[in-house]
Design a protein around this ligand. Structure first.
Ligand SMILES: Cc1cc2nc3c(=O)[nH]c(=O)nc-3n(C[C@H](O)[C@H](O)[C@H](O)COP(=O)(O)OP(=O)(O)OC[C@H]3O[C@@H](n4cnc5c(N)ncnc54)[C@H](O)[C@@H]3O)c2cc1C
Length: 245
């Protein structure tokens, strides 16, 4: 397959939690990067004389010219995550895209259940301005559920908290699978996102679910929603499957 690639130049990167590194790239050709919030890019490398690529969701909202932000969770011995960790400001990487249909659609007023584990929350960060517009327009509600192991792994937690504070129809739920936070707030809970979903009293009539991240979580949550009467069109999924090459 021939990819229509373009060069990205790393502007800066930083560990935003002990398990996630955030990258800010710009298109080196200075062309605008046009995409819809929720889409992903492929990054391309040469490996043992063959081309290979890995996918990463775009973490920033559209409309920021040629900026492309990504959040990456390092994998031990991982090829691409190793390459990304080795990048310094000014280094280039080849990219293609945008790709994917994990985007907000023209849905009538509803409640969006935006469910993620780890870096799977990046599409929802990119959607925040679009969600603000929807919430301002009327009868929409959003429950955003983010599953991590412990509080210090809560990537972009401050941004989602600020969104919840500014919009009464937006709730943020942090779910910790391996820690019981001391003095937990109402928005924090112990357990998997799947169990928080159960607590929220889901309804196939009024809710549309987005599930992103760990494939096990996506499958389990989709099964639960199916059993609750959700049709395939109301459950939208993005599985962070690992590559075969
Ligand atoms: C549509 C899409 C969007 C994605 N978006 C993101 C994103 O925004 N951020 C992000 O960090 N990743 C994302 N991923 C996953 C990403 O594409 C890579 O698969 C991941 O970064 C690992 O690549 P690697 O080359 O370092 O590991 P590889 O060299 O491919 O794998 C090394 C070993 O680690 C295992 N492995 C791979 N991934 C994991 C994992 N997550 N946990 C435990 N073991 C693993 C593999 O099975 C293999 O044994 C996305 C995947 C898809 C399909």
């Amino acid at each position: 397959m021939t990819w229509n690639t373009f060069p990205l130049i790393l502007e800066w990167s930083s560990d935003i939690t002990p398990t996630v590194r955030h990258f800010a790239f710009r298109r080196a050709d200075r062309e605008p990067f046009q995409y819809t919030a929720g889409q992903f890019v492929n990054l391309h490398w040469e490996r043992d004389g063959k081309r290979t690529h890995r996918s990463y969701s775009v973490a920033n909202p559209p409309g920021q010219s040629d900026l492309v932000e990504l959040a990456m969770a390092p994998v031990e011995g991982g090829f691409a995550t190793g390459k990304l960790q080795g990048l310094a400001p000014g280094d280039m990487v080849e990219a293609s895209g945008p790709y994917g249909r994990f985007v907000l659609r023209d849905d009538p007023p509803c409640r969006y259940l935006l469910v993620a584990t780890g870096t799977g929350v990046t599409p929802y960060r990119a959607m925040l301005p679009e969600l603000k517009t929807l919430l301002a327009a009327g009868d929409y509600r959003v429950d955003l559920l983010l599953g991590v192991r412990e509080p210090r792994e809560l990537l972009y937690g401050e941004e989602f908290r600020a969104m919840a504070e500014a919009h009464e129809n937006f709730s943020f739920h942090a779910c910790y699978s391996r820690s019981d936070p001391e003095a937990a707030s109402a928005w924090e809970c112990r357990g998997y996102v799947q169990s928080r979903l159960t607590d929220l009293g889901v309804s196939a009539e009024t809710d549309i679910a987005y599930l992103c991240g760990n494939p096990g979580m996506v499958d389990e949550a989709a099964e639960f929603l199916k059993a609750a009467g959700f049709g395939v069109k109301s459950v939208r999924r993005e599985k962070y499957l690992s590559a075969r090459t």
